[in-house]
Design a protein around this ligand. Structure first.
Ligand code: 5AD
Ligand code: FES
Length: 361
């Protein structure tokens, strides 16, 4: 089947997606042009911001790919104080970012639940209820998720990392703390509570095939997600998966594959929010802008207080770790205009997909 025949279909099969992921040259460009057009028609050219706060690199998990995994003997583990997080949120509010995303290593304790809860309440107070809040704080029990939702968090990101159980189990330790079914269940609970739910995967993992990636996109479609954040896998020396470095795709191939994943997802789910993730920028200085051009509509400028940036190294060569939030702010407009888009300042930029579901229910 020709690429044009596939692109004109209303539903993609797994085989269609694999064929699209293999595209090169002019056909690859046609795919990216098509997804850019679908985006333009469905959600326009606005890019919404989520001021990203990396609250803590203390983590109870031991994911085999991650630089801040529990077993890593990092001496600069940190947790921002409540007031440090609130100051960053104030910065986002004052600069009309519209929303913040609070990301943290996974900790499950009453103290952690309360701390996040205080931050949610505090940020609503300091912004007259105006700042939107996305959480990315891992797997928690239902009552915690509910409590944070009741306090005003309305979006939650929990990446499935890989939707194929066998691959998931190869990149995580085999223990009850890294249970595939528990993660799927957490996504269902978040949706039931009423969050806009986001998930995502890493692209270019050891042992990963195009069939796995096609299944990931079908998983997102079948789970009817509202948001997605996916990015290239970037190996980290101090992690167990590093030993498989030799079998990885070159970084530029992982980058291209990620753009194709974003493009195909945009075609499959025209009205969801898709983030242009930081890992893209690690490989290509204007990687996030390239993603925006072909399908992404969310940018997450890092507003973590500068002195902690270096410590949140999920992978190596993370960009912008030595800058202050102000530095990043000054380049946001320039970067977004570069690809003929506009920043939706002062707006939550909620997932249209979620909005439509609410209207129909
Ligand atoms: N490369 C790319 N992404 C990574 N993450 C963790 N480690 C890496 C890595 N080595 C991503 C995971 C996690 C998110 C917070 O960061 O997908 O969900
Ligand atoms: Fe699981 Fe960092 S330890 S993603």
């Amino acid at each position: 089947m020709s690429i044009h025949d596939i692109l004109n279909k209303t539903e993609f099969s797994k085989e269609d997606i694999v064929q699209l992921l293999k595209l090169e040259g002019e056909d690859e460009k046609s795919l990216l042009r098509h997804s850019a057009k679908i985006k333009e028609e469905n959600i326009g050219n606005k890019v919404y911001l989520r001021g990203l706060i990396e609250m803590s690199n203390v983590c109870a998990k031991d994911c085999l790919y991650c630089g801040i995994r529990k077993s890593n003997p990092i001496d600069n583990r940190y947790s921002l104080e409540e007031n440090e997080v609130l100051n960053a949120i104030k910065f986002a509010y004052d600069n009309r970012y519209g929303s913040v995303a609070i990301q943290s290593g996974e900790i499950s304790s009453t103290a952690f639940t309360e701390k996040i809860n205080n931050i949610i309440q505090g940020s609503k107070e300091l912004s007259n209820g105006e700042i939107g809040i996305t959480l990315s704080c891992g797997e928690q029990n239902e009552s915690t998720y509910q409590k944070w939702f009741d306090s005003g968090a309305h979006r939650y990101l929990l990446r499935i990392e890989s939707s194929t159980k066998e691959l998931y189990n190869k990149i995580h330790p085999a223990d009850e703390n890294h249970d595939f079914e528990a993660r799927i269940e957490a996504l269902k609970v978040l949706k039931k509570i009423g969050y806009q739910v986001g998930t995502g995967v890493m692209i270019g993992l050891p042992f990963q095939t195009l069939e796995h990636l096609a299944d990931d996109l079908l998983f997102m479609k079948n789970s009817d997600i509202d948001m997605c954040g996916m990015g290239p896998y970037i190996e980290h020396k101090e992690t167990p998966l590093y030993e498989f470095k030799g079998g990885l795709l070159p970084l530029n191939e992982r980058f291209r594959l990620t753009l194709k994943m974003i493009a195909i997802l945009r075609i499959m789910m025209p009205d969801i929010n898709i983030a242009a993730t930081t890992a893209l920028q690690t490989i290509d200085k204007i990687g996030r802008e390239k993603a925006i051009q072909i399908g992404a509509n969310i940018l997450m400028p890092n507003i973590t207080p500068g002195k902690y940036r270096d410590s949140y190294a999920l992978y190596e060569n993370k960009p912008c770790t030595d800058e202050n939030a102000d530095d990043c702010k000054s380049c946001i407009d320039v970067r977004v205009h570069l690809v003929n888009h506009e920043v939706g300042y002062g707006n939550w930029g909620d997932s249209k997909h979620y909005g439509k579901k609410q209207q129909n229910s």
